[in-house]
Design a protein around this ligand. Structure first.
Ligand SMILES: Cc1cc2nc3c(=O)[nH]c(=O)nc-3n(C[C@H](O)[C@H](O)[C@H](O)COP(=O)(O)OP(=O)(O)OC[C@H]3O[C@@H](n4cnc5c(N)ncnc54)[C@H](O)[C@@H]3O)c2cc1C
Length: 391
């Protein structure tokens, strides 16, 4: 039976220095007072347009981001692959409004798809729709509101760009994942993702849509998407996650006076996530799956189901993924046991990845248990190496 506590396997890709840095960072981010002050300082500096490199790079950026550019991520791709962990290079931009920046995001994503096609150690490509269109337009489309001529043009351009990324991915046989963000953009994104799957998923899953199981209606949406895929004779590509925007979802629901679409309790999300695991694995002939989670119980549940359903560990219709710099104990032990594992490596200039980093640091404050666990594993490995050297 697989164990996630083997730290020799978990951290073999890290040097002693890398381990010490991880220990330092996980110690810091486990202190809510420090993280809240750090975030506040970062926000103030950004507002005042004062450089933030000195406070963000050594602390959070270097732990959670692969580099500024695709090229800079190459050593990580190599290092992960030494342990049979695939990479996914994630241009971590979101919520862009400026048309010039949107165009440059699109160009960068295009390069990222090409770069990924050329490298078999990269298993997927992934993008956030709000990096490619003003999110205001996505929410209008999601509400089925009338668009003015300019917004209509921008929306058409967005759809054309998403199509060209998916087409390129299809031509290079490289799966591409469309991320899920806040619920008020999602109707538009889901509709487009379904269109892309209908176009490019006839033989295998090239386009993946994301399902956030913290949304009370998501399990039903997963069943419905599967029905639509079967009726239209294509493979459903499903990235299954819990969901990263709980705070902003709740805050907006309170502000605008509607019922939050997110479950009240974590246990309800966990239950829905398990149901999604069961449903997807039971239909693996028509669903290709990508589980994005750091939850050990969920992964244990998935791998026990794989065994009982006779799905091979190396079946490339079932991938597990974790974020770079987090939960190495899961990624490397899974890969060592023969499962398909991907590490999301975010890359991009510091200022562009700040929203991503903020979310990671908030997540680390709110999932104290997980950060605590990471720290325990890192310390255990440092001790093991010291002891080995001394013996
Ligand atoms: C590879 C990868 C890709 C990802 N891609 C996306 C993406 O495209 N879109 C996206 O939104 N997120 C994405 N995430 C983030 C993900 O949705 C979670 O926020 C994060 O992984 C933590 O959840 P967990 O499953 O790892 O485990 P856990 O730590 O067990 O779960 C924490 C999660 O549970 C849920 N939760 C916590 N408290 C409550 C509560 N009181 N009520 C209801 N639910 C609660 C929240 O979703 C919270 O994030 C991704 C994560 C990974 C690892």
């Amino acid at each position: 039976m697989i164990s996630f506590t083997n730290t020799e396997i978990a951290f073999a890709h890290l040097t002693n220095r890398g381990l010490l840095r991880a220990k330092f960072i996980f110690k810091l981010i486990s202190k809510p007072l420090f993280m809240n002050t750090w975030q506040l300082l970062l926000r103030v500096l950004l507002k005042l347009k004062i450089p933030v490199e000195w406070i963000a790079k050594p602390l959070i950026y270097n732990q959670f981001v692969g580099g500024d550019t695709l090229e800079q991520c190459k050593p990580w791709i190599e290092r992960l692959w030494n342990f049979r962990v695939y990479s996914l290079l994630f241009y971590s931009v979101e919520r862009e409004k400026n048309p010039e920046n949107i165009l440059s995001n699109y160009k960068e994503l295009h390069s990222a798809v090409k770069f990924s096609i050329d490298d078999p150690r990269i298993a997927f490509i992934d993008f956030k729709p709000t990096g490619l269109i003003d999110s205001r337009i996505l929410s209008l489309v999601s509400e089925k509101a009338m668009l003015n001529a300019k917004d209509e043009m921008e929306y058409d351009e967005f759809k054309t760009r998403v199509d060209s990324l998916c087409k390129l991915a299809y031509s290079g046989n490289k799966p591409i994942i469309i991320d899920a963000e806040e619920s008020w953009y999602q109707n538009a994104v889901e509709e487009l993702a379904d269109e892309m799957m209908l176009k490019y998923n006839k033989e295998k899953a090239i386009v993946y849509r994301s399902f956030q199981l913290y949304r009370a209606n998501m399990l039903e949406k997963l069943f419905q998407s599967h029905r639509v895929a079967l009726e239209n004779n294509y493979i459903l590509g499903a990235k299954i996650v819990r969901g990263a925007y709980m705070d902003s979802e709740r805050a907006r629901a309170v502000r605008l006076g509607y019922k939050s679409p997110i479950f009240e309790l974590k246990a309800e999300t966990d239950r829905a996530f398990n149901e999604a695991i069961k449903f997807s694995l039971s239909n693996v002939d028509s669903i290709s799956i990508h589980y994005g989670t750091h939850n050990e119980d969920s992964i244990m549940y998935a791998i026990s189901l794989m065994e009982s359903l006779n799905i091979a560990k190396s079946d490339d219709r079932v991938f597990f993924s974790q974020l770079f710099g987090m939960s190495d104990n899961i990624s490397f032990n899974l890969a060592d046991s023969g499962y398909k594992v991907v590490k999301y490596i975010p890359y991009g200039p510091l200022l562009e990845v700040i929203p991503y980093l903020m979310r990671r640091s908030m997540e680390n404050i709110s999932v104290q248990g997980q950060t605590g666990r990471e720290l325990v594993y890192v310390k255990k490995e440092i001790k093991r190496r010291k002891f080995k050297k001394g013996s």
